[in-house]
Write a protein that binds this ligand. Sequence first.
Ligand SMILES: Nc1ncnc2c1ncn2[C@@H]1O[C@H](COP(=O)(O)OP(=O)(O)OP(=O)(O)O)[C@@H](O)[C@H]1O
Ligand SMILES: [Mg+2]
Length: 335
Amino acid sequence: MVSVVSRALLEVRDLTVQFGSGGRAVRVVDGVSFRVEAGEVVALVGESGSGKSVTALALARLLPEVSGRIGGGEILFEGADVCGFSPGALRRLRGGRIAYVFQEPMAALNPVFTIGFQIREVLRLHGGSGDREAELLRLLLAVGLSDAERVARSFPHELSGGMQQRAVIAMALAGRPRLLVADEPTTALDVTVQAQVLEVLLGVQRAEGMGMLFITHNLGLVARVAQRVLVMYAGQIVEAGPTGSVLRSPRHPYTKALLRAVPRLRGGGERLEGIPGVVPAASSYPMGCRFHPRCAFARERCAVDVPQWEELEGGGGVRCHYWRACSGSGGGVAR
Ligand SMILES: Nc1ncnc2c1ncn2[C@@H]1O[C@H](COP(=O)(O)OP(=O)(O)OP(=O)(O)O)[C@@H](O)[C@H]1O
Ligand SMILES: [Mg+2]
């Protein structure tokens, strides 16, 4: 029998990213490991400052050149280690095999060129040999810009925020990516268009069979979007697993706290519980478990011993000394 070795689209192993150098260097991503399979959506969630965007940028080595650098680990994309890529291979990777959609569409669009010009550029650099005009219109239609010819002639400022973000998604698709990294792709949009843009993104992800890393601070979005979830806190993954089990029976006190911070209707009124305290700065992560100063379940050991990653049955894992003791009770937040 021939054995088939499954190879993930993306496999990140023990990734460390640091900013600054020498004695001033701080690790903002510290030992992060995860996989994204072809056709799969993986959500990366966590509060502001937890290291989500830095992790995302590191995948295609897009960190700010002078200050940020990958300090260790491997980024295997389609089996090849991105850390060893030549400048030419990196150019082909960025906007080609890996495409990004960020929070702010105007940061991705050049204000002095039309939408059509900008998408044609990506087609020229990364597209196939087919008819570029036909492909341009196909892409704009695929993201729901039905007046495609007019949109192609428009400058970014002539479009609404929702239309701009659709154009950015079309531009990302123009390189025929296998992995789409969507970093808070709907956060900057009006509430009414957020859901529409999310549907467009998921529609094209399914149609193209792409893998997607979907970054959000809103755990409430995850159930609709992702098959698996990674929960990030202070530069580390603290819990991972299939979306259903993470949302139904979160193991880590931080995941529980994030779930309690999701808006939901209770007794007719919307109640949002924030997580007390803030994510510590990367230069001053606490000893032991990085979440312990904010955790209601913390015991003496948590302030001293670093919890190791523990694999769980059914996939995923957790980084907490006392996750078994915390399971079942609804709390998880220091008050
Ligand atoms: N260019 C930079 N130079 C120095 N530190 C940086 C730089 N970019 C990010 N950081 C630091 O890295 C840490 C992680 O930042 P990151 O942007 O990845 O957070 P995030 O999880 O994406 O947050 P948000 O939800 O606000 O987007 C933060 O402490 C941040 O201050
Ligand atoms: Mg971010």
